[in-house]
Design a protein around this ligand. Structure first.
Ligand code: CUA
Length: 211
């Protein structure tokens, strides 16, 4: 997993911990209520309509839980903005309906930065072992174990550059540059898809990262 993915998994564990506490407590309350307030066991309802102590408790406790969840949540949120001295910067541009990539750190002999388009391989052209709707003609190739900076934008309408196993999802907005840090811990091929409804071929502009 990438460090960002690890952060997302850790936050998930933090929140599930509180979720289990709440589920167990609520189920216990429901069970006891059904038992003690059964009409045979308790035919005459209580006259109590107010209780200051319990009302403070059931207001303050959930707020405290929210604060406890907010701490790791904000820590993760702000860590997503941090770009640690990247060795490579790659610009991903969403188009209707394909991605193009620009490696501006490295210029070709004519001083043009390296750019290429990345189109999905249509069903008819797939080779054995290639994944339908996920394979592309030109992959985004990056080094593993290296801090990368991704600059995401779009040429026409909104798209979204999303590779779940990298913990990466970033809107591609025309006229705007969005930045995400990526660090891939091992070599491999990582699949993603456009994740903002961008028109007829929204489902057919996959992302393929090869580390
Ligand atoms: Cu591009 Cu959806």
């Amino acid at each position: 997993a990438t460090p960002m993915m690890q952060g997302i998994i850790d936050l998930h564990h933090d929140i599930v911990f509180f979720m289990i506490l709440i589920i167990v407590f609520v189920l216990w309350m429901i069970t006891r209520t059904l038992y003690h307030f059964h009409y045979k066991k308790n035919p005459i309802p209580e006259k109590i309509i107010h209780g200051t102590a319990i009302e403070i408790a059931w207001t303050v406790t959930p707020s405290l839980i929210l604060v406890l969840i907010a701490v790791p949540s904000f820590a993760l949120l702000y860590s997503l903005d941090e770009v640690v001295d990247p060795a490579v910067t790659i610009k991903a541009i969403g188009h209707q309906w394909y991605w193009s990539y620009e490696y501006s750190d490295y210029s070709q002999s004519d001083d043009q930065s390296i750019t290429f388009d990345s189109y999905m391989i249509p069903d008819d052209d797939l080779e054995l072992g290639q994944l339908r709707l996920l394979e592309v003609d030109n992959r985004m190739v990056v080094p593993a174990n290296t801090h990368l900076r991704l600059i995401i934008t779009a040429a026409d309408v909104l798209h979204s550059w999303a590779v779940p196993s990298l913990g990466a999802k970033c809107d591609a907005v025309p006229g705007r540059l969005n930045q995400i840090p990526v660090f891939i811990k091992r070599e491999g091929v990582f699949y993603g898809q456009c994740s903002e409804l961008c028109g007829a071929n929204h489902a057919f502009m996959p992302i393929l990262v090869e580390a």
